[in-house]
Design a protein around this ligand. Structure first.
Ligand code: IPE
Ligand code: IPE
Ligand code: MG
Length: 250
């Protein structure tokens, strides 16, 4: 039961990495790794929910990924469309709310269409949300937000002097999402690759050596257990965390 876990991360975000290496290790084309990776997306969506997570964000395609060979990008887009078409009914049946972050308006029309219909069909579900980061890049998101914020100031909707993180963050794509508590990256790489740079300001990071197609519910549970061993201090001292009155008195 999730309620028995003291510090369950509400929002887990995953940098799904290692599909290419998984395929290469087997002498298969990279796209085979992506195909297997989609299976892991499916199992992880349900594993996270079973473990009591409320929101799962999966980094599926970065802005920088367009620079990969055209053949691989095309195959990834086809795979994405196929996956979404297949999952729509399952999400509706299982009450999984789908949403996205990233410049989805630049994705192929077929992908946009199935995204639109799935988001629409699942928008009333509140228990569990799957967020796909598609054509996402943190720096682009910040630039877009800064532009929208500046326009709002120019239009008199925001006062520059009142500017705060609480105000500015409303212009990010993640405006109505909680910050990730736990960020996991698979494949052993220990970098963030332009993913939720600001939102992960106080997230805990777990770098798992397993390649994404091999990532299991047990690996997710292990990452959550590791998260539970950490002390999130948010700038305070350990002593203050034990006695919140002292922190409040400051
Ligand atoms: C992650 O796997 C999937 C995407 C970035 C779309 P990779 O394709 O990056 O796999 P590696 O890093 O080459 O092994
Ligand atoms: C990050 O993986 C992007 C996604 C998982 C979608 P990459 O494989 O693209 O990252 P780098 O290039 O190794 O940093
Ligand atoms: Mg990679």
């Amino acid at each position: 039961m999730s309620a028995q876990v003291p510090n369950l991360p509400q929002h887990v975000a995953i940098i799904m990495d290692g599909n290419g290496r998984w395929a290469k290790n087997r002498g298969l084309p990279r796209i085979e790794g992506h195909r297997r990776g989609v299976e892991t997306v499916r199992t992880t969506t349900y594993a996270a929910r079973d473990l009591g997570v409320r929101m799962l964000t999966l980094y599926a395609f970065s802005i920088e990924n367009w620079k990969r060979p055209q053949e691989e990008v095309g195959a990834l887009m086809s795979l994405l469309e196929y996956y979404l078409k297949k999952e729509l009914q399952t999400f509706v049946r299982d009450h999984v709310r789908l949403r996205t972050i990233g410049r989805t308006e630049e994705l192929p029309a077929g992908v946009q269409e199935v995204l639109r219909s799935t988001i629409e069909a699942t928008k009333h579900f509140t228990d569990y949300t799957l967020v796909l980061a598609l054509n996402y890049g943190s720096r682009t998101e910040v630039v877009d937000a800064a532009r929208a914020y500046a326009a709002a100031v120019a239009a008199g909707k925001e006062k520059l002097n009142d500017g705060s993180w609480a105000t500015f963050s409303r212009y990010l794509q993640t405006a109505d999402m909680p910050d990730p508590d736990l960020v996991i990256r698979t494949s052993g790489e220990t970098r963030i690759s332009n993913f939720l740079l600001l939102q992960a300001a106080y997230a805990e990071f777990v770098f798992a050596p397993v390649l994404w197609p091999d990532f299991t519910k047990a690996d997710l549970a292990a990452a959550i257990a590791e998260y539970n061993r950490r002390e999130r201090r948010f700038g305070l001292t350990s002593e203050q965390l034990l006695s919140p009155a002292k922190a409040a008195a400051k």
